[in-house]
Write a protein that binds this ligand. Structure first.
Ligand code: MSP
Length: 509
């Protein structure tokens, strides 16, 4: 499957501190990026922060700081959180960087040169939290934003407009030709629904503030924050500043986004790309919301959980495992501490933790601490099903279905545990039968460590070391169906070490 894989997350507003909702997107992206490196793809994973706009300007003022000081400070919260969670992003883009300004100006100039921009006056209801205009009929209650339920403001400005309406048919045709572009299907239908409902032109500049990227051909105007933000996906790979690099990565990109920003990403953004004369992005992966007590986890709902605090308590791997195993790409899901502990005890403490502990204990008792080689596939009761589950897991990763990949991986663990229980090598004298069943169980652990490494990077490394293997478990290309993922790769003869339990059982607090 080796190829090129450029993966992005939304860039987060710096006003909000990272919470488990934004961490979910970024951790999911991290796991996908790790999988693609493991599968041998040339991978580039980018996240970052969205730092312009009225909302940020106002909070900077409220905090008595210049906007620049404010964003320098607040963007660090994201850099630090992703660092503490051990995420492997290759770049972190900030929209206040020079390289981004240059890309935005070149990109918008190209759209202007291609005659898709015109000047007009815009009047309407604006929600500063969304940084978006709303139609009268979209408002709720007494002129409240439908998302934040806070008052909208009436704005009237002379703006530059983007002729979005001219792109509806071209976009529909493009999505027809690229049925795989939006995953999952329900989200594709949502985007097509927006397109088929007809598109209005949109205002893309502001004169009321100067905290933004200046419009090169019209002093006094800055680009509207969403327009500048979307361009991060190309400024991060050198659009207008390093064309060789840009052409290397574009358009083979996967944009991982939440369902709240489908319109901006699946309608506005590809239209802008077409208008500027570049290909639209290849793929969108759209996920649902993490809910707490029936509401989306968000700053305004006062139900945020700090991901670093939680990870300090349960461990980075455990937070990753819960988020990726229990929240498939697509629907909303309920985030609860009890759910996390339940998942932890069932899959990590009982299944995986037990298998490792048992194998190490019995190898110590019966084999002098030296790991045995697995039986050949034709003679091993585990091999056939393991091969099948490996294939399922491998394909599920490729289909952006990591929760299914984990499910298949855990079937290997359960089969190995069942085989150990059936044979009970701890009750038998050392000999070929003990060697066979232990060799197979170690082989299962070896394969599981590779498959689980994008989600449990630390634990996989530990398992790898305890069964005496040296080459890194997450070495690029190590997920190879006919190579290291094939049955029989464990050499035997390596020392197996027994350590403290990897995942001690937890009580729900
Ligand atoms: N700055 C814009 C995005 C610009 S991208 C060119 C923005 N930022 S945001 O900080 O509000 O982050 C939005 C993204 O954060 C969502 O699309 C989603 O990926 C993630 N999430 C925020 N809250 C979330 C949940 N409660 N659950 C799941 N994801 C959540 O919009």
């Amino acid at each position: 499957m080796t190829g090129r894989y450029y993966l992005t997350t939304p860039i987060y507003y710096v006003n909000d501190a990272p919470h488990v909702g934004t961490a979910y997107t970024t951790i999911m992206a991290d796991a996908l990026a790790r999988w693609h490196r493991l599968a041998g793809d040339e991978t580039w994973f980018v996240t970052g922060t969205d730092e312009h706009g009225l909302k940020i300007l106002r909070t900077a003022e409220e905090n008595g700081l210049s906007p620049r000081e404010w964003v320098d400070r607040t963007s660090q919260r994201f850099v630090q959180a992703w660092g503490a969670l051990e995420l492997t992003n290759d770049d972190f883009i900030r929209t206040t960087e020079e390289r981004h300004y240059r890309s935005v100006q070149r990109f918008m100039q190209a759209i202007h040169d291609n005659d898709y921009l015109y000047k007009g006056t815009y009047e309407g209801w604006y929600c500063v939290s969304c940084e978006a205009y709303y139609l009268e009929e979209d408002l709720v209650g007494e002129n409240l934003c439908p998302v934040h339920e806070s008052p909208v403001e009436w704005f009237a400005e002379e703006n530059w407009f983007f002729a979005l309406s001219r792109f509806a048919d071209r976009l529909i045709a493009w999505y027809d030709e690229h049925p795989e572009a939006i995953h999952p299907e329900t989200r594709r239908n949502e985007a097509l629904g927006i397109l088929k409902g007809g598109l209005r032109d949109i205002s893309i500049t502001r004169t009321s503030i100067d905290w933004g990227v200046p419009v090169p051909w019209d002093p006094g105007h800055v680009f509207y924050v969403w327009y500048d933000a979307l361009v991060n996906y190309i400024s991060a790979v050198g659009y207008g500043t390093d064309n060789g690099r840009f052409e290397h990565w574009w358009p083979s990109v996967h944009h991982l986004i939440g369902k709240d920003i489908i319109r901006f990403h699946c309608v506005w953004w590809p239209a802008m790309c077409m208008a500027a004369g570049i290909d639209p992005p290849a793929r969108y992966l759209v996920h649902g919301f993490l809910m707490v007590g029936g509401r989306k986890m968000a700053k305004t709902a006062y139900n945020q959980v700090d991901p670093v605090e939680l990870a300090n308590d349960v461990g980075n791997d455990v937070l990753r495992y819960y988020l990726i195993r229990d929240f498939p790409l697509g629907p909303d899901g309920d985030f609860t501490y009890e759910g996390l502990v339940e998942r932890y005890n069932a899959d990590l403490a009982n299944n995986l933790g037990n298998l490792l502990q048992r194998v190490a204990t019995v190898v110590e008792q019966k084999c002098g601490g030296i790991g045995r080689a697995p039986r050949p596939a034709a003679e091993s009761p585990l091999a056939a099903s393991a091969v099948e589950h490996v294939k399922t897991a491998y394909e599920a990763w490729g289909r952006f279905s990591p929760h299914e990949a984990l499910e298949a991986t855990w079937r290997i663990i359960r089969a190995a545990n069942a085989e150990l229980e059936a044979v009970a090598p701890w009750k038998i004298d050392p000999g070929p039968e003990v060697d066979g069943v232990l060799g197979d169980a170690i082989e299962a652990l070896r394969i599981v460590a590779i498959l689980a490494s994008p989600v449990l990077p630390r634990a996989s490394r530990e398992i790898w070391a305890r069964i005496g293997l040296s080459r890194e478990v997450d070495a690029p290309g190590n997920a190879d169906l006919s190579g290291s993922l094939a049955w029989g790769g464990y050499p035997g003869g390596a020392p197996v070490t027994k350590g403290p339990p990897l995942f001690p059982r937890r009580a729900a607090e």
